[in-house]
Design a protein around this ligand. Sequence first.
Ligand code: NDP
Length: 367
Amino acid sequence: MTSRRDFLQKAGLSTLAVSLPFTDALSAMSLEREDKVLRVAIMGLGSYGTRVAEAMKDCKRAKLVGVISGTPSKIETWQQKYGIPAKNCYNYENYHQIKDNPDIDAVYVITPNSLHKPHSIGVAKAGKHVICEKPMALNAEEGREMIAACKAAGVHLMVGYRMHFEAKTLEVVKKQRAGEFGKTLFFQGLSGFMIGDPTQWRLNRELAGGGSMMDIGVYSINGARYMLGEEPVWVTAQEVKTDPVKFKQGVDETITFQMGFPSGAVASCLSTYSMNNLDKFFLNGTKGFAEMQPSTGYGPIQARTNQGPIEAQHITHQTTQMEEMAAIILDGKKPLIPVDGEEGLKDLVIVDAIYEAVRTGARISLI
Ligand code: NDP
């Protein structure tokens, strides 16, 4: 059994303990723990930024302490709602001054896709850790620049891959790695929803960098990689457009794509902005299968295998993600499925190849 002395020593509080009663030492320890909290500013107070902020209310290791926004009225609302001091509020012109703010450790970039690169590099140059939403950038070249900038600045670069921490997803991945499905030879990923307002940035090539593939399609690319546990060696893809007014040149409505893997496994995927109820992963092996539907929505995720349903408590994805990202930055924890810049880059290399395959009709080699 751990003695009180061991306990205090482990907590690094033995010196304190001689002069403090036990209860006071405990509260000093919890203060020390509270010090190890990742203090986060959110950049881009839109729909997903709001979701992350709400989810962070339940975090113990990560705390929302700042904002970066182009909309003064939102800053005011967020200050009141989340108790954010004026000294931790910035806009896109002055956020570089965050480098002089010792009370912010990391910035979560949740702006439109084309701004991820400039904003992430700006944050890195200000010496703060970068958490960037998916897709990490518009293409692999941009992704490499971001990785280089974060490396040069000595800061973490992480991508908001919330599914990498989701309990049922991790259970399926562990079973696949343990060989419970035998040799996994087929993955199907269906990712789509019907997009509304035609004037939104997601349908503007300049800001989105494409269409459904740059948004929802990334889930199937990423899912194929973590469910099969390998990297693809070739890609083929086909585009279908039923509404060229809504989906202009360079904004894909629907793309089907296929990926081949070194083991001989193949993935068959669909990314669309024109169909609802598409959120399904299916993995098949020589000994069994896993099916997830919904597979990447905000949850609860449903998963079953040939052995039966997978049970796990639903926790708000963004809460778990921010707790785990805090542990990666503060404790050096290694996640089962990476969320670093290199991981984001792998998806971008595939996105580039998918667009090239659509353009050329060719099978694109990734090796
Ligand atoms: P929103 O349009 O709701 O919010 C984006 C915010 O970015 C705006 O509210 C605005 O905030 C800021 N912004 C800065 N410059 C511009 C600009 N030129 N045009 C529009 N907005 C601008 O988008 P989402 O929150 O839905 O998406 C943001 C990012 O998050 C995307 O990259 C998306 O892919 C990702 N995302 C990820 C999800 C996930 O599950 N991981 C889910 C949904 C989105 P302000 O006024 O404060 O400056």
